[in-house]
Design a binder for this molecule. Structure first.
Ligand code: KG4
Ligand code: ZN
Length: 349
């Protein structure tokens, strides 16, 4: 944590973080970088559609944002007037969803006359490792971040809090989509990633073999895997309509095993190419027990230093937005009121 962790008057710095990039409305408060509240309202409305419906997500954010921010301030035990700055997700994400958080943050910042700080959602996933939470170790720079979520799959070299370099990324589907789409093919509800993880616990990872994509360098591809699973299951269910139900655990374990192998192969290559063996995972898929196990194995066998965030900081949350807000606050990196949310936002933005 930077040395001047308080503001000029030696008063504590309270940052409110707001996250609304997809289907979770979240608010959190940090005091001098330390987590003092972290609230999230999930949107169950999308389950019946098998994926996030942008229009419904924006409406649900409108309903949730005031109560969620209110709850975060109450739990933190502070008043609005105690806040030093408001940090919000500027992008990337669903534009309608981002607009709700952006407009809310602007209004609150104007009303309280405190700085407004736009935050990059994917950098926030990575910098979640710097939330002061007693139980987490801080990675030293430089480190490699494996960012795995429903929208992204990247290996990023992180040189300092503000210097990120993408070494490789997916050319098509994100790894979270690979989990969710495979789950959908098996008839599981959205989001299927956590369900595959759950059923995989009881299954044999070597029961079914799916070929890994051949992509050179540090880039990834997951769309072929989804198609391979689809064709395999179509063939099997033609012969035995109960095939999926009877083999759900083995199928889940085999799919998870294949995905984890793809990620680990690329990570090993990234470590070999950069000579950096500090690995931090980020994003919703880092909650997956298979990738956590494989990384801990590599820590033991290959001498890597592995950083795995607490579960609540892996999926979309506002504590990660607040920590970036705090780091930018200390650096005087504020946004103007003409800031607009961005559906797409490169990592070097
Ligand atoms: O980072 P995140 O909350 O949202 C964004 O995409 O920004 O990631 C959500 C993704 C979904 O695809 C979900 O299925 C996946 O993370 N996920 C998991 C697990 N928990 C969440 N995938 C596999 N295993 C899990 N335990
Ligand atoms: Zn995310």
């Amino acid at each position: 944590m930077p040395e001047n962790s308080k503001n000029k008057n030696n008063k504590s710095v309270y940052i409110l973080g707001i996250e609304s990039s997809c289907d979770d409305t979240a608010a959190a408060v940090l005091k001098d970088g330390k987590i003092i509240s972290n609230k999230v309202a999930n949107q169950a409305v999308h389950e019946q559609y098998g994926g996030v419906v942008p229009e419904l997500a924006s409406r649900a954010h409108q309903q949730n944002i005031v109560p969620v921010v209110d709850a975060a301030l109450k739990t933190a035990g502070i008043k609005k007037s105690d806040l030093s700055a408001i940090a919000f997700t500027e992008g990337p994400g669903l534009l309608g969803s981002l607009l709700v958080g952006t407009s809310f943050a602007k209004s609150m910042s104007l009303a309280l006359n405190i700085p407004l700080i736009g935050v990059h959602h994917m950098k926030a996933h990575i910098l979640a490792h710097f939330i002061d939470d007693n139980e987490m170790r801080l990675p030293e720079f430089p480190f490699l971040a494996l960012t795995i979520s429903g929208g992204h799959t990247q290996i990023v070299q992180v040189n300092n809090h503000f210097d990120f370099k993408i070494l490789g990324e997916t050319l098509d589907d994100a790894v979270g989509e690979a989990f969710d789409k495979s789950a959908k093919i098996m008839g599981l509800p959205y989001p299927g990633g956590p369900l595959i993880d759950k059923y995989a616990q009881e299954g044999n990872p070597k029961a079914f073999k799916f070929t890994k994509p051949k992509v050179s360098g540090l880039n990834f591809s997951f769309s072929g895997l989804k198609t391979a699973i689809l064709y395999f299951l179509q063939k099997q269910t033609k012969e035995n309509p109960g095939f999926i139900q009877e083999n759900l655990a083995d199928l889940s374990a085999s799919i998870q095993y294949t995905i984890v192998q793809i990620l680990m192969d690329k990570l090993k290559l990234a470590v070999a190419q950069t000579g950096i063996n500090r690995i931090a995972i980020a994003g919703g898929v880092s909650a997956n027990s298979g990738i956590r196990k494989a990384l801990l194995q590599a820590q033991n066998d290959l001498g890597w230093e592995v950083f795995i965030p607490k579960f609540e900081y892996t999926t979309d949350n506002a504590a990660m937005i607040a920590i970036v807000g705090y780091l930018k606050y200390l650096d005087g990196k504020f946004s103007g009121y003409d800031v607009v949310p961005k559906a797409r936002m490169p990592l070097d933005y």
